[in-house]
Design a protein around this ligand. Structure first.
Ligand SMILES: [Fe+2]
Length: 283
């Protein structure tokens, strides 16, 4: 099966198999679950907020990781020295968003949480039917996690006049795996996301407003003893005129509860702290 062939929501066997084989799946046909016009208009609203220069009143809190991370504070992928050319806002319901963005952002967050829990339920059945080891109940692992997060990312345009990208010490997002259990990207509109498969190498993820892209992160890989694979991915600077356009993306990160045991003695909280230190955004 081609892992980047979009699967219909409801064809859970194909989606689960993708997440087992490559850690990655592209979903379509989920209309009643996630309001895509809402997601698109929310992206526009946030795009305007970033283009206007953000707002210092919402600078991130290093302890909770909530709020705005300007470009100069942006994370770097594990093992890299250069900072990714991006900025972002971490939205947690308990910390909120700028007031004019709050209502829509919260609505989208709640829809994504329901959607991700439904998929997690299916994945739980799929994993327990296929793995002999004692794998924790996946829905329980994440239930009520305060770490669940909507990250609104803004990738500024590459400054015009910069032709030789290979000599430029910037990427949009260097190769990495995600820390959390599952990541969802709604309404992708600009090319650049690539995912790695052992069989095909780096593959361009198709871009369509009606797609939801889902990938497995390290926490779910750990909890399922590697049965669901954490997907290596990156965001490259596209060729041609697309590079001079800014890009907004709104991944939703489904996390485990802080006290949930992922594997052996490792709790989700310890796993997260360790990874945030590696990213250079926590001490
Ligand atoms: Fe990622």
């Amino acid at each position: 099966m081609n892992p980047l062939e979009p699967r219909f929501w409801g064809n859970m066997a194909a989606i689960c198999l993708d997440l087992h084989q490559t850690g990655f799946s592209v979903i379509k046909g989920y209309d009643s679950n996630v309001d895509i016009p809402l997601a698109s208009s929310l992206m526009d609203d946030w795009w305007q907020w970033f283009v206007a220069g953000g707002d210092d009143r919402y600078l991130f809190d290093p302890e909770t990781q909530a709020g705005w991370f300007p470009v100069e504070k942006s994370e770097k992928a594990k093992g890299r020295t250069e900072v990714d050319l991006k900025e972002y806002y971490h939205y947690f319901p308990h910390a909120g968003a700028p007031p004019h963005l709050e209502e829509k952002t919260r609505k989208h967050f709640d829809q994504m949480l329901r959607f991700s829990n439904e998929l997690l339920g299916w994945l739980g059945s799929f994993v327990s039917a296929n793995v002999d080891d004692d794998v924790p109940d996946l829905v329980e692992l994440s239930e009520g996690s305060p770490y669940n997060l909507l990250r609104v990312l803004y990738y500024p345009p590459i400054p015009s006049g910069v032709e030789d990208l290979d000599r430029l010490p910037i990427t949009r997002a260097a190769e990495h795996t995600d820390i959390n259990m599952l990541t969802f990207i709604t309404a992708p509109t600009t090319k650049g996301l690539q995912v790695f498969s052992e069989e095909h190498g780096w593959m361009d993820v198709p871009v369509d407003e009606d797609h939801i892209i889902v990938n497995v992160g390290d926490a779910l890989d750990l909890a399922t003893r590697g049965f669901l694979k954490s997907a290596r991915h990156r965001v490259v600077i596209p060729d041609g005129d697309e590079r001079f356009k800014s890009r907004v993306s709104m991944p939703f990160f489904l996390h485990a509860r802080p006290d949930a045991i992922l594997s052996g003695e490792i709790t989700a909280q310890e796993h997260l702290r360790k990874r945030l230190r590696e990213l250079g955004v926590a001490s």
